[in-house]
Design a protein around this ligand. Structure first.
Ligand code: AMP
Length: 190
Protein backbone atom coordinates (compact mmCIF):
# COMPACT_ATOMS: atom_id res chain seq x y z
CA UNK A 1 0.00 0.00 0.00
CA UNK A 2 1.20 3.49 -0.78
CA UNK A 3 2.22 5.56 2.23
CA UNK A 4 -0.62 7.52 3.69
CA UNK A 5 1.57 10.52 4.45
CA UNK A 6 -0.16 13.79 3.86
CA UNK A 7 -3.67 12.38 3.85
CA UNK A 8 -6.10 14.69 5.62
CA UNK A 9 -9.50 13.12 5.37
CA UNK A 10 -12.92 13.80 6.87
CA UNK A 11 -15.49 11.09 7.51
CA UNK A 12 -19.00 12.37 7.07
CA UNK A 13 -22.22 10.54 7.83
CA UNK A 14 -25.28 10.54 10.03
CA UNK A 15 -25.12 9.32 13.63
CA UNK A 16 -25.21 5.52 13.39
CA UNK A 17 -23.67 5.45 9.91
CA UNK A 18 -20.61 3.60 11.19
CA UNK A 19 -18.16 6.51 11.04
CA UNK A 20 -16.47 5.58 14.30
CA UNK A 21 -16.03 1.92 13.37
CA UNK A 22 -14.71 2.77 9.93
CA UNK A 23 -12.45 5.54 11.20
CA UNK A 24 -10.79 3.03 13.54
CA UNK A 25 -10.38 0.48 10.74
CA UNK A 26 -9.00 3.05 8.32
CA UNK A 27 -6.67 4.31 11.00
CA UNK A 28 -5.22 0.82 11.44
CA UNK A 29 -5.01 0.19 7.69
CA UNK A 30 -3.44 3.52 6.78
CA UNK A 31 -1.37 4.22 9.88
CA UNK A 32 -3.03 7.56 10.51
CA UNK A 33 -4.58 8.80 13.75
CA UNK A 34 -8.35 8.69 13.89
CA UNK A 35 -9.57 11.80 15.65
CA UNK A 36 -13.10 11.53 17.03
CA UNK A 37 -14.44 14.71 18.58
CA UNK A 38 -17.33 12.71 20.10
CA UNK A 39 -14.81 10.43 21.86
CA UNK A 40 -12.77 13.43 23.04
CA UNK A 41 -15.88 15.05 24.50
CA UNK A 42 -17.10 11.81 26.14
CA UNK A 43 -13.65 11.44 27.69
CA UNK A 44 -13.80 15.01 28.97
CA UNK A 45 -17.19 14.27 30.57
CA UNK A 46 -15.85 11.04 32.10
CA UNK A 47 -12.79 12.91 33.46
CA UNK A 48 -15.00 15.59 34.97
CA UNK A 49 -12.86 18.27 33.31
CA UNK A 50 -13.98 21.86 32.81
CA UNK A 51 -14.66 21.08 29.16
CA UNK A 52 -16.68 18.02 30.19
CA UNK A 53 -18.82 20.07 32.53
CA UNK A 54 -19.54 22.56 29.74
CA UNK A 55 -20.63 19.96 27.17
CA UNK A 56 -22.34 17.28 29.25
CA UNK A 57 -25.96 18.47 29.06
CA UNK A 58 -25.65 19.52 25.41
CA UNK A 59 -24.44 16.04 24.47
CA UNK A 60 -27.10 14.31 26.55
CA UNK A 61 -29.78 16.25 24.65
CA UNK A 62 -28.35 15.27 21.26
CA UNK A 63 -27.51 18.88 20.39
CA UNK A 64 -24.26 20.24 19.03
CA UNK A 65 -21.55 21.77 21.19
CA UNK A 66 -20.92 25.42 20.25
CA UNK A 67 -18.70 26.00 17.22
CA UNK A 68 -16.19 28.21 19.06
CA UNK A 69 -15.66 25.61 21.76
CA UNK A 70 -15.22 22.87 19.14
CA UNK A 71 -12.79 25.08 17.23
CA UNK A 72 -10.56 25.33 20.30
CA UNK A 73 -10.74 21.56 20.93
CA UNK A 74 -9.84 20.65 17.36
CA UNK A 75 -7.14 23.29 16.99
CA UNK A 76 -5.39 21.91 20.05
CA UNK A 77 -5.75 18.31 18.87
CA UNK A 78 -4.47 18.94 15.34
CA UNK A 79 -1.44 20.74 16.75
CA UNK A 80 -0.23 17.52 18.40
CA UNK A 81 2.70 15.79 16.67
CA UNK A 82 0.79 12.65 15.66
CA UNK A 83 -1.50 14.69 13.43
CA UNK A 84 1.32 16.37 11.51
CA UNK A 85 1.57 13.70 8.82
CA UNK A 86 -2.15 13.35 8.31
CA UNK A 87 -5.33 12.25 10.07
CA UNK A 88 -8.86 10.95 9.74
CA UNK A 89 -11.45 13.22 11.30
CA UNK A 90 -14.55 11.48 12.68
CA UNK A 91 -17.34 13.82 13.78
CA UNK A 92 -15.77 17.13 12.79
CA UNK A 93 -16.69 19.32 10.99
CA UNK A 94 -20.42 19.17 11.72
CA UNK A 95 -21.45 22.67 10.60
CA UNK A 96 -20.39 24.95 7.75
CA UNK A 97 -18.70 27.21 10.35
CA UNK A 98 -16.65 24.24 11.57
CA UNK A 99 -15.68 23.42 7.98
CA UNK A 100 -14.38 26.99 7.72
CA UNK A 101 -12.44 26.55 10.96
CA UNK A 102 -10.84 23.36 9.65
CA UNK A 103 -9.82 25.12 6.44
CA UNK A 104 -8.28 27.94 8.47
CA UNK A 105 -6.35 25.64 10.81
CA UNK A 106 -4.96 23.66 7.86
CA UNK A 107 -4.24 26.75 5.75
CA UNK A 108 -2.08 28.14 8.57
CA UNK A 109 0.12 25.08 8.06
CA UNK A 110 -0.05 25.33 4.27
CA UNK A 111 -2.33 22.29 4.14
CA UNK A 112 -5.89 21.52 3.07
CA UNK A 113 -8.55 18.81 3.32
CA UNK A 114 -7.67 16.10 0.77
CA UNK A 115 -10.82 14.00 0.80
CA UNK A 116 -14.25 13.76 2.39
CA UNK A 117 -15.82 10.33 2.67
CA UNK A 118 -19.59 10.19 2.99
CA UNK A 119 -21.03 7.00 4.49
CA UNK A 120 -24.53 6.57 3.11
CA UNK A 121 -26.98 4.51 5.19
CA UNK A 122 -30.82 4.45 4.99
CA UNK A 123 -32.61 6.34 7.77
CA UNK A 124 -34.41 3.33 9.30
CA UNK A 125 -31.10 1.48 9.60
CA UNK A 126 -29.59 4.48 11.39
CA UNK A 127 -32.35 4.46 14.00
CA UNK A 128 -32.12 0.67 14.51
CA UNK A 129 -28.34 0.80 14.90
CA UNK A 130 -28.39 3.72 17.30
CA UNK A 131 -31.01 2.09 19.51
CA UNK A 132 -29.11 -1.21 19.54
CA UNK A 133 -25.96 0.64 20.64
CA UNK A 134 -27.65 2.16 23.72
CA UNK A 135 -25.16 4.78 24.72
CA UNK A 136 -26.22 7.31 27.36
CA UNK A 137 -27.34 9.71 24.63
CA UNK A 138 -29.10 6.96 22.63
CA UNK A 139 -32.63 7.09 24.02
CA UNK A 140 -34.99 7.03 21.07
CA UNK A 141 -36.03 10.68 21.31
CA UNK A 142 -32.38 11.71 21.55
CA UNK A 143 -31.50 9.45 18.61
CA UNK A 144 -34.16 11.19 16.56
CA UNK A 145 -32.97 14.61 17.70
CA UNK A 146 -29.39 13.78 16.71
CA UNK A 147 -30.63 12.73 13.26
CA UNK A 148 -32.65 15.93 12.95
CA UNK A 149 -29.61 18.00 13.93
CA UNK A 150 -27.53 16.07 11.39
CA UNK A 151 -30.00 16.78 8.57
CA UNK A 152 -30.30 20.44 9.48
CA UNK A 153 -26.77 21.43 10.43
CA UNK A 154 -24.36 18.84 9.04
CA UNK A 155 -25.91 17.71 5.77
CA UNK A 156 -25.17 21.07 4.09
CA UNK A 157 -21.52 20.01 4.24
CA UNK A 158 -22.24 17.31 1.65
CA UNK A 159 -22.97 19.90 -1.00
CA UNK A 160 -20.19 22.17 0.20
CA UNK A 161 -17.54 19.47 -0.21
CA UNK A 162 -19.14 18.17 -3.40
CA UNK A 163 -18.75 21.61 -4.96
CA UNK A 164 -15.09 21.52 -3.98
CA UNK A 165 -14.65 18.16 -5.69
CA UNK A 166 -13.63 16.46 -2.45
CA UNK A 167 -16.68 14.29 -1.74
CA UNK A 168 -16.62 10.51 -2.23
CA UNK A 169 -19.84 8.63 -1.50
CA UNK A 170 -19.61 5.11 -0.09
CA UNK A 171 -22.50 2.70 0.53
CA UNK A 172 -22.42 2.19 4.29
CA UNK A 173 -25.13 -0.45 4.40
CA UNK A 174 -22.92 -3.49 3.71
CA UNK A 175 -20.53 -5.78 5.56
CA UNK A 176 -18.00 -3.83 7.64
CA UNK A 177 -15.03 -5.23 5.66
CA UNK A 178 -16.57 -4.29 2.31
CA UNK A 179 -17.18 -0.75 3.48
CA UNK A 180 -13.58 -0.40 4.67
CA UNK A 181 -12.30 -1.69 1.32
CA UNK A 182 -14.46 0.82 -0.56
CA UNK A 183 -13.27 3.67 1.64
CA UNK A 184 -9.64 2.76 1.06
CA UNK A 185 -10.30 2.52 -2.68
CA UNK A 186 -12.10 5.89 -2.59
CA UNK A 187 -8.96 7.38 -1.05
CA UNK A 188 -6.89 5.89 -3.86
CA UNK A 189 -4.91 3.84 -1.35
CA UNK A 190 -5.87 0.30 -2.34
P1 AMP B 1 -20.42 11.53 18.02
O1 AMP B 1 -19.76 10.48 18.82
O2 AMP B 1 -19.56 12.03 16.89
O3 AMP B 1 -21.79 11.13 17.54
O4 AMP B 1 -20.63 12.78 18.99
C1 AMP B 1 -21.39 12.67 20.17
C2 AMP B 1 -21.89 14.07 20.59
O5 AMP B 1 -20.76 14.93 20.86
C3 AMP B 1 -22.70 14.80 19.55
O6 AMP B 1 -24.06 14.42 19.57
C4 AMP B 1 -22.49 16.25 19.98
O7 AMP B 1 -23.26 16.56 21.12
C5 AMP B 1 -21.04 16.24 20.41
N1 AMP B 1 -20.12 16.53 19.28
C6 AMP B 1 -19.19 15.71 18.73
N2 AMP B 1 -18.53 16.30 17.74
C7 AMP B 1 -19.06 17.54 17.63
C8 AMP B 1 -18.84 18.65 16.76
N3 AMP B 1 -17.93 18.60 15.77
N4 AMP B 1 -19.58 19.77 16.95
C9 AMP B 1 -20.50 19.85 17.92
N5 AMP B 1 -20.78 18.84 18.77
C10 AMP B 1 -20.07 17.69 18.62
Amino acid sequence: MAGANGLRAVLLGAPGSGKGTQAERLSAALGLPSISTGEMLRQAVADGSELGARVKSVMAAGELVADDLMAAVVRERLARPDAAAGFLLDGFPRTPAQAGTLDEILAEAGKAVDAVLLLEVPEHVLVERALARRRADDREEVVRERLRVYRQKTEPLVELYERRGLLRRVDGHRAIEQITASLIAALGRS
